[in-house]
Design a protein around this ligand. Sequence first.
Ligand code: ZN
Length: 411
Amino acid sequence: MKLTPEQTEKLRRQLARLANIEDGFYAKKFGGANLGYDDPQADFEALPFTNKDELRDVYPLGIAAAPEEKIVRIHSSSGTTGTPIIIPYTQKDVDDWAIQFKRCYEMAGITNTDRIQVTPGYGLWTAGIGFQLGAELLGAMVVPMGPGNTDKQLKMMEDLKSTVICATSSFALLLAEEIEKRGIKDKIHLTKGVIGSERWGDKMRRRIANELGVKLFDIYGLTEIYGPGIGMSCEHECGMHCWDDYCYFEIIDPKTGKNVPDGEFGELVITTLEKEGAPLIRYCTHDLTRIIPGECECGSPYTRIDTLIGRTDDMVKVKGVNIYPGQLEDVLRDIEGVSSEYQVMIDHLNGKDIMTLFFELELGYSKHDVENAVRAAIKSRIGLTVEPKSVSIGELPRSEKKTARVFDNRY
Ligand code: ZN
């Protein structure tokens, strides 16, 4: 996907502004580079990438590109280890985020008569407040729950007749299972679910959709850019439309750093076009996806990226084969009797890599037959021999956070 003339102009303005910030992050990094008029695309693709570690290195506010009096808020990435990343926002950044988030709801057909139960967390993390701002701009009623407290979530859902649930896929699954267990499905009024764009398989999607009785939509975003809300799936469920008047989306080969043609998988790299507080140029997301070529049936002109297939850093090499959890999920979802939850353990025993694949077996299936089917399918489709181990439904951990599925015990 090449830069449009509008995107090129926005970038020129942004780069010129960044070059003039005394001691600024990009003034130092790019030495005042801008896009020429002969081949702006080539000039842009020659700019170095921006990585998470660089943002950590300038903790806390070294990325700020607006004067103190214009900064109204910060958010921070949820980083589990080491120094967090702080992203400052101006009022325009906050407003622009809400505009994009409102578009997401509209893409899903959500209106001002909906009641939106927000379960992602509030606070330093961008999630909850983004869901809330977009919903308020839309004019819908927000039920601002934040995460956890299943009893209260279900009570509010019943009493306030929430029509939309916003959640991570693991928390949506947990709520769906609880509704099923308590037999209260007829008291639930949900029609739509907006699910954070972690990698999740079709099988899990179908379970959540069936048990909650909702149509599901994927929302995309990351704290470093605005937060969730920079892209959203439409009713045709073919990737996520991304708001390319606010950001420019590239896909690169994570090994070579070169752009790949539309349609090919690689790492998503994002450049903000409008941001004031913390503009980012060629920011490496580590998310693996592709740009879907062609027009969507819904008629939306916005660029589509495919459902994420994993993270560049999730990639593990076992017996010389590169594996992404997303590939395993794709294989598992086609096998009858395998539920949506799985976990991978990689060990090194007697000089050999051993990959054990735990999965939940659906009721009424033979353990032996399904394990054999899993072994054969992974051998033929990924080229790797695994040790399949089935467990009962509910035995693998569910969590309200993004669930870690791959445990590499070799190092
Ligand atoms: Zn569409």
